[in-house]
Design a protein around this ligand. Structure first.
Ligand SMILES: [Zn+2]
Ligand SMILES: [Zn+2]
Length: 110
């Protein structure tokens, strides 16, 4: 997952904790690279904990948890809903078959 702000790719830390920070933005988990953490506005663009205003949030299983105070809230459903496949499969074929029967019958009566 690249940095949400500059798009930099995360490099695997050799050991220990990654210097990248996790956060939540528009109900999605995002990562912030060390460079962007040096800016002042990076946290303001992220969702903040309703209890302590921390931007250290983790999004998982429809919940957003604050890593600083442990406050948990339910993630709001975003615009990320699955697009339903259009129409019922096979319906147009059925209509065509019915039309075909009507046309054949009409042709037979004349
Ligand atoms: Zn960045
Ligand atoms: Zn908190």
């Amino acid at each position: 997952m690249p940095c949400y702000r500059c798009g930099a790719r995360q490099t695997d830390p050799i050991r220990g904790a990654s210097p990248w920070k996790r956060g939540v933005r528009e109900e999605r988990q995002v990562l912030v690279c060390p460079d962007c953490q040096e800016t002042t506005e990076w946290a303001a663009a992220l969702d903040q904990c309703a209890a302590c205003r921390s931007a250290s949030l983790v999004c998982r299983l429809g919940e957003i948890e604050c890593r600083d105070c442990g406050h948990v809230r339910t993630a709001e459903p975003g615009g990320d809903t699955l697009v339903a496949s259009g129409g019922t499969p096979g319906l147009s074929e059925e209509v065509e078959a019915a039309l075909g029967r009507v046309l054949r019958r009409r042709g037979a009566t004349t």
